[in-house]
Design a protein around this ligand. Structure first.
Ligand code: ATP
Length: 507
């Protein structure tokens, strides 16, 4: 008897069929991957299993018995836990209180603290129980969500892209834990766009396309290309060859430990565990916090507001999509006004709505955003599609400096490759780019130079072809002091490494 059985599940939203007759069996003790491009219907299906969304029709059986799930509370009572892609935490409460409030009332706060400490030790996770959630990076928030779900000792655990903001080592630690949970009989449903992870971790993989099951495979028997092909329905695109050279110095900032310089026509990558100071660095460069020694084209811009900096051509994509990158209840065309106001208003301040609409439609088309129309609200988009929209909105501004945090977080391989190509094309047009990512594969595919942030310190820069993932991995623990910075103005021009296929889909 299966732990969970879904039969012919349908779910429509206005203008969209999110689930179109999905049947699935999830077995105890197995890790079951759900793979599909952005908008394929994975999150909707998982929300149905978790009682957060009601299906239009179809049957759900839990341990053989037909059930109707009316709420997440009912699902949790059965032993179903879910870690969402978007966080459901109270910013003004501590980590401990967030976890305590989300758990069964029979546990005292002290008990929850004890269990939390024990679990973090077992998982090798650093989590300050008393820190306010507001002060945490997305990676740290993700950790809170994961431990909260694990503390309920679930019989079915659903994870929606749990490793998107974890370092490779933290992801490996999570896999060990998930395997252990599975060996103890827990059924796990695992949603990820990372094909390597699915092949390494999962026992079985159901592939969805446009709301339907297209195949069920044993991922260990497939290579990445085969999985990507099943998911996309065609071959994934590859990255173009690198061509451009490093131009003039555009943006610079001097930090206590190193100087960060962005030149025209280059991409500088920032690696590091989320929460190591990347957010503060981005805020300083983008103008959300004033001060520091920030210069654009030799001019001090440290006290300029984000809006003033945008007028000088500096655009950025923050790591939080909902709330900062986009206002959830507003339509996509209204969301263009967040960062593109100057292009969309008259001198007197009147909003040119038709222009906002055209801009939103252009971004939707160019970046293949799956949305019924530009009037759709941001919160109705699937996670990856919203990410494509936000990144597309900034690239569309033709910035001279672009700062991007986690550019392909939650984005499927096809769309990730599209975003990567757009970033490389911007670079080839002379834009200076800073890419903050926890994904080393992504950073090595995109960057000309890499810095690392660890414990709030910035490492020296190193040209990508002069370093390795292992070295950058070691730097992520702060161990770079013997290295001399080569990121300064006198760094020699280097040939670019040979063209590489988009690494997520390399077999
Ligand atoms: N509340 C909603 N209202 C309207 N449409 C919605 C809503 N939630 C999801 N959709 C639509 O349903 C479709 C499936 O979305 P879903 O979030 O399930 O996709 P997904 O496979 O999880 O994508 P991703 O990988 O980007 O997270 C998308 O077209 C999405 O825009």
């Amino acid at each position: 008897m299966s732990r969970l059985e879904l039969h012919d599940i349908h779910k429509h939203y206005p203008n969209v069929i999110a689930n179109d007759g999905i049947s699935l069996r999830v077995e105890a003790g197995r890790i079951h991957a759900l793979l599909g491009e952005n908008g394929a219907g994975k999150s909707t299906l998982m929300k149905i299993i978790y009682g957060a969304v009601q299906p239009d029709s179809g049957t759900i059986r839990w341990k053989g018995e037909a059930i109707t799930l009316r709420s997440p509370a009912q699902a949790r009572a059965l032993g179903i836990a879910m870690v969402f892609q978007h966080f459901s935490l109270f910013d003004s409460l501590s980590v401990l209180d967030n976890i305590w409030l989300g758990l069964s009332p029979q546990w005292s706060r002290a008990e929850v603290r004890q269990r939390l400490t024990a679990l973090c030790q077992r998982l090798k996770l650093t989590l300050d129980a008393d820190a306010l959630v507001d002060t945490l990076s997305v990676g740290e928030r993700q950790r809170v969500e994961i431990v909260r779900a694990l503390l309920t000792e679930p019989e079915l655990l659903i994870l929606d892209e749990p490793t998107s903001v974890l370092t490779p080592q933290a992801a490996q630690d999570l896999f060990v834990l998930l395997r252990q949970l599975a060996s103890e009989g827990c059924a796990i449903v695992y949603i990820s766009h990372k094909l390597d992870e699915i092949r390494q971790l999962c026992d079985v993989c159901t592939v969805l396309r446009a709301g339907r099951v297209v195949d069920e495979v044993i991922p260990a028997d497939c290579d990445n290309d085969a999985l990507a092909r099943l998911m996309l329905g065609n071959d994934p695109p590859t990255l173009p060859p690198r061509q451009s050279g490093r131009g003039d110095l555009r943006l610079s900032v001097t930090t206590p430990t190193a100087r960060l310089e962005l030149h025209a026509g280059e991409i500088v990558g920032i690696a590091g565990v989320s929460g190591s100071g990347q957010k503060a660095l981005m805020a300083q460069l983008a103008g959300e916090t004033a001060g520091g020694a920030v210069q654009l084209d030799g001019r001090d811009i440290a006290r300029m507001s984000p809006q003033q900096r945008r007028r000088l051509g500096i655009h950025w994509v923050p790591e939080e999509r909902l709330g900062r990158g986009a206002v959830p209840p507003l339509s996509l065309h209204d969301n263009t006004l967040l960062t593109r106001r100057d292009d969309l208003t008259t001198r007197q301040g009147w909003i040119l709505r038709h222009k906002a609409l055209t801009l939103a439609q252009r971004v939707i088309k160019t970046f293949g955003v799956k949305a019924p129309s530009a009037s759709t609200s941001a919160q109705q988009l699937s996670g990856g599609n919203l990410q494509k929209f936000i990144v597309g909105r900034e690239i569309d501004a033709a910035p001279s400096v672009l700062l991007v945090s986690q550019p392909t977080w939650g984005v499927d391989v096809g769309a990730a490759s599209h975003i990567h190509r757009a970033l490389l094309a911007l670079r080839d047009q002379g834009c200076a780019l800073l890419v903050v990512s926890e994904d080393l594969t992504e950073l090595f595919a995109l960057s000309d130079r890499i810095h690392v942030m660890a414990n709030g310190r910035l490492s020296p820069g190193v040209a990508c072809q002069d370093t390795t993932m292992t070295q950058i991995g070691a730097w992520m623990s702060g161990l770079w002091d013997s290295h001399r910075d080569d990121g300064a103005d006198d760094a020699p021009q280097r040939p670019h490494p040979p063209m590489k296929k988009f690494p997520h889909v390399d077999a």
